[in-house]
Design a protein around this ligand. Structure first.
Ligand SMILES: Nc1ncnc2c1ncn2[C@@H]1O[C@H](COP(=O)(O)OP(=O)(O)OP(=O)(O)O)[C@@H](O)[C@H]1O
Ligand SMILES: [Mg+2]
Length: 506
């Protein structure tokens, strides 16, 4: 085994970290000497460029540049097609990014990087987690754990300073929002609850600012910048720059040139905060809901920890301070903390597999206990109707490994097929949950009302195993795993591995 690193595969930026000889996690800089690498890929024929240069190409070659691919992870239908006709799945694009991160780390460390812990938003569903793991495999990495990002942030924090207490991690990145409450007792890290939104991040703030700038440009007589891929990509660039500037200054100016017209547009921080206040409120509502759901009140929270680059926005900081009545801790760089925590977890797993003693905090070996972020259940027919309702079998915030069983009855006489649809979500209404896998099993032709049990087991790898038992004959009807049903087949993964290996990545 070579080195096991921790990787934060972000929507907008990725980072790699490793625990050094003194036991401290350290960021591994990329080949350009940068501590974070833009998660952007630019294709030029058979060559793929990753990082800062690729990001700059977005405005000149928008059709060959792909970014925010993390948003598409777990979507089986999504493809990126280059202008030369090459097609890529989200797993493959992520694998290109991972390959670059791996090679940069190898160059810096002077050793082979073969193994990794990769982080994911806590609110990622099973298929997105599986897709992340597959991306690692395609990039030539053995992925030992897909770790929740807020948990990683807490690990980085707690591994550096002995902590006892309840910590709320507010993680607002480029593409996702997670809020997690953890109990930390030196080396013991226990998640009490987590929630979030996988489509809420700096990207949404950029979009709101882009709309505002576009409106102002148009009311000054300019063309619609969102009508053209190139002007849109250029606008995105300028909006992001202005957003960063507004974190430090009360106003920012952007110069927009399009359709033969050039215009200087001034945006004040108040303007920006007006068009994004609903986004800040949404994160507040999710945090308040979580505290309530796990039966706590704000005075139970000892510390608030900020993670994610978007927590640099003053409006976010002041909202968090008002909501929690606490000054949030931001001792560690918010866009590096997740990778640092992943490195700590990697060190723990490497110690386990080498038979070494685990690293400790204040004499307590580091142990991480996480929870499910979304409910798992199955659809059942409501008696006397043809309507389906969702029955949650493993509720959200259940400690992993998690298990649960529920009993069901057949609804018609001589029913020989039993369709088991596995769902993710908490709602009773079938329309508000996602079916993540299904199997049709055969049962003997009983009268209606025959009892069947459905048991779920959810393990550290986020694999859902389902076992269905015929309680009349007391015999198993079948078992299956959701990972069998979703995402890529082993053969597709093999093909993808060859395809990505054949690319020239730089
Ligand atoms: N000074 C700043 N002011 C405002 N926003 C900032 C600042 N610095 C970084 N950001 C924003 O933070 C985001 C990047 O943060 P980070 O690297 O933590 O996200 P990520 O890991 O790529 O995303 P995710 O964790 O959601 O997958 C971007 O949207 C970026 O514009
Ligand atoms: Mg992140």
């Amino acid at each position: 085994m070579g080195v096991m690193v921790g990787i934060d595969l972000g929507t907008t930026f990725s980072a790699v970290a490793v625990v050094d000889r003194s036991g401290r996690p350290e960021i591994v800089p990329n080949r350009e000497g940068q501590r974070i690498t833009p998660s952007v890929v630019f294709f030029q024929g058979d060559a793929a460029l990753v990082g800062a240069v690729a990001k700059r190409s977005a405005a000149v070659a928008p059709l060959d540049t792909v970014q925010f691919v993390k948003r598409a992870m777990g979507d089986p239908a999504w493809r990126f097609e280059t202008s030369s006709g090459l097609q890529f799945r989200p797993e493959e694009i992520s694998a290109v990014i991972l390959r670059r991160l791996k090679e940069d780390a190898e160059e810096f460390l002077g050793e082979q990087v073969t193994d990794a812990v990769i982080t994911v938003p806590a609110y990622f569903d099973d298929s997105a987690r599986r897709a992340t793991q597959d991306a690692g495999t395609i990039a030539g990495l053995t992925v030992h754990r897909v770790l929740n990002e807020p948990t990683a942030a807490a690990l980085a924090y707690g591994a550096g300073r002995p902590t006892v207490g309840t910590v709320l991690v507010y993680d607002l990145g480029g593409g996702t929002f997670d809020v997690t409450v953890m109990r930390i007792a030196d080396g013991d890290f226990e998640t009490l609850g987590t929630t979030g939104d996988r489509n809420l991040g700096g990207f949404e703030w950029d979009n709101a600012l882009m709309r505002l700038i576009n409106e102002r440009f148009r009311s000054a007589g300019g063309s619609d910048l969102l009508d053209d891929d190139r002007t849109e990509a250029d606008l995105r660039d300028r909006a992001e720059w202005a957003k960063h500037a507004l974190s430090m200054m009360p106003a920012a100016r952007v110069v927009i040139s399009a359709g033969g017209m050039s215009q200087t547009i001034e945006i004040t921080r108040t303007d920006f905060e007006d068009v994004t206040s609903h986004l800040v409120s949404r994160t507040r509502d999710l945090a308040e809901m979580l505290i309530e759901d796990i039966g706590l009140v704000w005075s139970d929270i000892d510390r608030v920890l900020l993670a994610g680059g978007s927590t640099r926005m003053p409006a976010v900081r002041s909202m968090v301070a008002t909501m929690s009545r606490r000054v949030a801790e931001s001792a560690v760089n918010p866009d590096e903390i997740v990778a640092l925590g992943a490195a700590v977890q990697a060190r723990v797993l490497a110690a386990d597999s080498n038979g070494d003693v685990r690293p400790e905090v204040n004499g307590t070996p580091i142990t991480v206990r996480d929870v499910t972020s979304q409910g798992l259940g199955t659809l059942a027919q409501i008696e006397g109707t043809t309507r389906l309702e969702n029955v949650v079998i493993v509720p959200p915030n259940t400690r992993i490994p998690a298990a649960g069983t529920n009993l069901f009855q057949t609804v018609v006489d001589n029913q020989t097929n039993l369709r088991v649809q596995v769902t993710q979500g908490d709602d009773h209404d079938a329309d508000y949950v996602k079916v993540i896998g299904e199997r049709t099993l055969t049962i003997p032709p009983y009268d209606a009302g025959a009892m069947v049990s459905v048991s779920f087991a959810y393990d550290f790898d986020q694999t859902v195993s389902i076992e269905v038992t015929d309680l009349t004959a007391n015999r198993p009807l079948g078992t299956f795993e959701v990972s069998d049903v979703a995402n890529m087949t082993p053969a597709e993964k093999d093909d993808a591995t060859h395809k990505i290996r054949a690319l020239e990545v730089s």
